[in-house]
Design a protein around this ligand. Sequence first.
Ligand SMILES: [Zn+2]
Ligand SMILES: [Zn+2]
Length: 210
Amino acid sequence: MLSIVSYTLGQVATNTYLIADNETGEAVVIDPADDGEHIAAEAEKRDWRIGSIWLTHAHFDHLAGAAGVADACSPTPPVALHPEDYTLWRMQGGAAFFGMQIDPGPEPTVDLHHNQLLSVGSNGFEVRHAPGHTRGHVMFYCEDAKVLFCGDVIFQRSIGRTDLPGGDFNTLINSIHTQVMTLPDETRLLNGHGPETTIGEERRHNPFIN
Ligand SMILES: [Zn+2]
Ligand SMILES: [Zn+2]
């Protein structure tokens, strides 16, 4: 069974997800937004071991906690990112754009690509490349748990912004139609900002899709 705990962290209220196979204790952090030590402590108190850090994309508000998680875990969990977001990662996720400076943590060593299969214990995940908010944005889909970790692709009644470097509105809309709306309506959308929703709800109410 997949356990999911979420935290809203950092200066722009970004959702971080700590997920684990609750039988084996194998865990992954998706988008450590801030307070890495706190995320690591939350895993520790559940007897979960963080084996990897998965980034949906390289914006600073989705990785500012990676250094803290990495420092608190032994061995250091590898960071996974799509190669098309490496340039953005090297620019500290665009933090300077917002007048900030961050420590991006360990260099990504796991290249994510479309349709790649990942696992957290016995839970399988499919990587879905969904460019438009950034070039290398990916989502993590667990069919058994009926959940899509969709980062900044789609939000409740809204979609990701496309005015930052690497963003493109038509590309994002195309990603939403081909990589999100093709999944079952009951799929939970656990996104980067704001409340969770479902694909069915967004099909009915999201003004950008209809
Ligand atoms: Zn973003
Ligand atoms: Zn974000």
